[in-house]
Design a protein around this ligand. Structure first.
Ligand SMILES: Cc1cc2nc3c(=O)[nH]c(=O)nc-3n(C[C@H](O)[C@H](O)[C@H](O)COP(=O)(O)OP(=O)(O)OC[C@H]3O[C@@H](n4cnc5c(N)ncnc54)[C@H](O)[C@@H]3O)c2cc1C
Length: 399
């Protein structure tokens, strides 16, 4: 047996022994485990699964063991992910730190920052939020105005961030701030990290039409941030921001592996609701459902192929925008088809979308629009693709 086969066998045996059967089902709405100071579990199995994955270092399987990662190589990480998919294991922890900030700290942080920031992420001790967008800086992110003024041993931060997902529930934020107002806009930005309990921070939740709201506006009033919490070079934050956004897009393009398609499975709902007639409208609807199902499948295969390419250290940065664009638009189209399939039965608003999609489809349909905006809107992804993938002549730089 090859070393690879041996490893696969070991991983499979470990997952079978350590992932409780109840953690091999789709995660119900509101039951994801976010790490952090206020961590909570809905069941003993959920807690066990979290602790076992944490102790194994598999929240960040390919990070060095020195920072609480699993120390796996590229091929081993791919095997672990494939085995988790095969067994339908739930993610044991959702943490923006691991998905987005961590890889940037690994690349640009000092050794001291790696020790201080990465280990609490891999132990699930700190929940992170992202402070990028501002009221007048979304797609045009480089126009951000929140200022960080050098005060010797610390920065004094003033301004506001908006659309901060889970800002009210997070322990720390990574934020883009303006450190040189006189420089051209992309060259006066820095990336800092800050404790959300720092004096001078106010967090206000924002209500949404879908009824679910994770959004907040965060206000900074003379917030002191120690200089050691600057990541990367002063005024060099735009490079880090671009890297971080690519990690965000990669994470978003993978959402489908453990969320919506499993419980809003298009073909099983199509079988349940599609009229078995030969009326042209029904045939056309059936054809749309089949085509979408095939697209979803090819998307999943493409994500896996890209994972392999990334692990082989090929440059896939521009491709993340393609994947994010395709996935979020595909999800939106899928909900449109489901609405057409289910007719008035899709008007439900409340309820558990896992046990009865009729009760929650309308809410999920509205949510699918949000994903075409989060992490950079579809139009902005098209701009990025035009520039970085197709290398068309450069226009105005945007998020
Ligand atoms: C679910 C969700 C979660 C989010 N979470 C966070 C978070 O945690 N932290 C955070 O910082 N932000 C977060 N955001 C904010 C998100 O990054 C912004 O909403 C997004 O970048 C768009 O910015 P905007 O809302 O200001 O829209 P605008 O930039 O004002 O865009 C408005 C419209 O104009 C279009 N447009 C703008 N510029 C161009 C252009 N150059 N070419 C073509 N079309 C253009 C856009 O596509 C869009 O349709 C989240 C958003 C969503 C929906």
């Amino acid at each position: 047996m090859s070393t690879t086969d041996e490893f696969r066998k070991e991983v499979r045996a470990w997952l079978e022994a350590n992932c409780p059967p109840s953690m091999r089902t789709p995660t119900p709405d509101g039951a994801l485990v976010f790490g952090g100071r206020k961590i909570s579990f809905q069941s003993e199995d959920q807690r066990l699964w979290f602790e076992r994955m944490r102790d194994k270092g598999w929240f960040a399987p390919d990070w060095p063991a020195a920072y609480g990662g699993g120390g796996l190589n590229a091929e081993q990480t791919a095997i672990l992910e494939a085995e988790m998919r095969r067994l339908h294991c739930r993610p044991a922890q959702i943490n923006l730190g691991i998905w987005m900030l961590g890889p940037v700290v690994l690349e640009f942080g000092t050794e001291e920052q790696k020790q201080a920031l990465l280990t609490p992420m891999t132990r699930g001790e700190i929940r992170w939020c992202q402070g990028f967008s501002e009221p007048n800086a979304g797609s045009d992110l480089a126009s951000l105005k929140t200022s960080a003024v050098d005060q010797g041993d610390h920065f004094l931060v003033n301004g506001t961030k908006i659309w901060t997902s889970y800002g009210d529930k997070s322990d720390w934020m990574y934020a883009l701030v303006r450190t040189d107002p006189a420089a051209p806009k992309h060259r006066g930005i820095s990336l800092i990290v800050l404790d959300m309990q720092s004096p001078g921070i106010t967090v206000t939740p924002i209500d949404l039409i879908s009824g679910k709201s994770s959004f907040c506006q965060v206000f900074f009033d003379n917030v002191k941030v120690p200089k050691g919490q600057l990541i990367g070079p002063l005024n060099g934050g735009w490079t880090l921001a671009k890297a971080l956004l690519q990690h965000e897009r990669r994470a978003m393009s993978k959402f489908g592996e453990f969320s919506l398609p499993t419980h809003f499975d298009l073909m099983s709902l199509a079988e349940r609701y599609l009229p078995q007639t030969t009326a042209p409208a029904d045939i056309a609807l059936r054809a749309r459902a089949v085509a979408m199902s095939m697209e979803e499948h090819s998307y999943t295969l493409t994500v896996q192929r890209m994972g392999e390419e990334m692990r082989a250290r090929q440059n896939v940065s521009g491709l993340m925008s393609i994947m994010k664009l395709v996935h979020s638009e595909q999800e939106k189209d899928k909900f449109e088809i489901l609405l057409d399939l289910m007719g008035h039965r899709a008007l439900g608003w409340e309820g558990d979308e896992f046990t009865d999609p009729e009760l929650a489809l309308c809410k999920a349909w509205l949510g699918s629009f949000a994903q075409t905006i989060a992490g950079g809107s579809s139009e902005v992804q098209l701009n990025v693709i035009a520039k970085r993938v197709l290398e068309l002549p450069e226009g105005k730089e945007s998020k």
